[in-house]
Design a protein around this ligand. Structure first.
Ligand SMILES: Nc1ncnc2c1ncn2[C@@H]1O[C@H](COP(=O)(O)OP(=O)(O)O)[C@@H](O)[C@H]1O
Ligand SMILES: O=P(O)(O)OC[C@H]1O[C@](O)(COP(=O)(O)O)[C@@H](O)[C@@H]1O
Length: 370
């Protein structure tokens, strides 16, 4: 449509700009990639050297850069965009949101999320079958989600076999009245089995803090699944009650599957519209669906904050009423949280540019660069 003759793939994330050879991308090369998991380009953490990246873009004569990744990647893209602007180059920088955690704000969802929720059903089903087959069976499934519990929340809502869903946004406690152990005991006494879903970032404040980071600076989390399995076993052993706990960690198996039909359609839509935006001369934006509509969102809006489950919102309330689990929070905390949320919304209403991306426009490379 646009008569482009050369498309280069950057191998292995940001460091691939300056440390690796490029991969020529032709229609033949990319024809089947939606049927495979992972990435033919490779991925990495760390290695964002802005100056070297922009030098490489200049040296190779690249005039449009499309960057696919999560919140860290979008931040990196924004820094590249600023440097390109500072150097006065006529190069478009556009982002495509990709993370199964769904922690990118503004957009309806990032691609891969829907697939992850669907694939998580297999693990939850297995946990349910195992738990139901034995006396006092507990099936425990860990799902991804460092800071945002969307996969756990949606997988729980979709399955309806889950009795308790624990996410990073909803602090919980273990012992005493209203605590997790009391709830598990009640469920086992009433139903003889139960299924728990836990997001990898849930309850991290209860574990000893890890000081380790990955190359991108993300904190390396402790395995909350193993930790809570042990806690549950210890509790019931003290209660002299026999339980059968099966812990399933399907996290990388879920991340490695090919996208489902809905994610494939979403990718087509994102890919086509990001190219149309770049060809129209827009730059410094991420492409994404907002309330079902295709939009171009300036980097500064995408990078403002992380998208998280709001535990005083309806979706979490729906989850609580479908699992019947305790909310682990007091009324006072709900009121405080709600107040905070509402005051945030009011602030945005006063300044719609802060929250409504329809009112903010990305830059046009032809206008902004001399
Ligand atoms: N604030 C930042 N500025 C520049 N580069 C960043 C920033 N945050 C992350 N990056 C880079 O973005 C890449 C991806 O970030 P990472 O956090 O690993 O994954 P994700 O994009 O999935 O959140 C890494 O190469 C990392 O170095
Ligand atoms: O491959 P790694 O480095 O172990 O990544 C694991 C992390 O990647 C994720 O799947 C996605 O996180 P990011 O979006 O930050 O890359 C997390 O849920 C998980 O903690």
């Amino acid at each position: 449509m646009y008569g482009v003759t050369r498309v280069l793939g950057i191998d292995g994330g940001y460091r691939g700009f300056y440390a690796r050879n490029t991969i020529p991308l032709t229609p033949k090369v990319v024809n089947d990639i939606h049927k495979r998991g992972g990435t033919i380009l490779g991925t990495s953490r760390g290695g964002h050297d802005t100056s070297k990246i922009v030098h490489s873009i200049q040296d190779r004569g690249i005039n449009q850069v499309y960057i696919i990744g999560g919140d860290g990647t979008q931040k990196g893209a924004s820094v590249i965009f600023e440097e390109i602007r500072r150097r006065g180059l006529k190069v478009v920088v556009a982002g495509i949101p990709k993370t199964i955690d769904n922690d990118i704000p503004v957009i309806d969802r990032s691609f891969g999320f829907d697939t992850a929720v669907e694939e998580a059903q297999r693990a939850i089903n297995a946990a349910h079958v195992e738990a139901e087959s034995v006396e006092n069976g507990i099936g425990l499934v860990k799902l991804m989600g460092r800071y945002s519990g969307f996969i756990a929340m949606y997988a729980t809502l979709a399955s309806r076999d889950v009795d308790c869903c624990l996410i990073p946004e909803s602090p919980f406690y273990l012992d005493g009245k209203g605590g997790l152990y009391e709830y598990i005991e009640k469920q086992l006494k009433e139903n003889g089995h139960m299924v728990i879903v836990i997001a990898e970032g849930a309850g991290q404040e209860l574990l000893s803090e890890s000081m380790q980071q990955d190359a991108s600076g993300n904190k390396l989390l402790q395995d909350v699944g193993l930790w809570i399995s042990q806690g549950i076993k210890d509790y019931f052993s003290k209660q002299k009650m026999t339980i059968n706990l099966k812990y399933i960690d399907p996290t990388y198996m879920i991340r490695a599957v090919p996208g489902n039909a809905s994610d494939n359609v979403y990718c087509t839509l994102l890919a086509q519209s990001v190219v149309h935006g770049a060809m129209a001369g827009y730059t410094g934006f991420t492409s994404g669906l907002v309330n079902g509509r295709q939009t171009y969102i300036p980097f500064y809006r995408i990078n403002e904050k992380q998208h998280k489950v709001v535990i005083t919102d309806r979706m979490w309330a729906r989850l609580l009423s479908s699992t019947n689990q305790p909310s682990f929070i007091t009324n006072k905390e709900v009121i405080e949280d709600r107040k905070e949320h509402i005051s945030g919304e009011e602030k945005n209403a006063e300044n719609p540019n802060d929250e409504n991306c329809a009112d903010v426009a990305p830059e046009n490379v032809n206008d902004s660069i001399p």
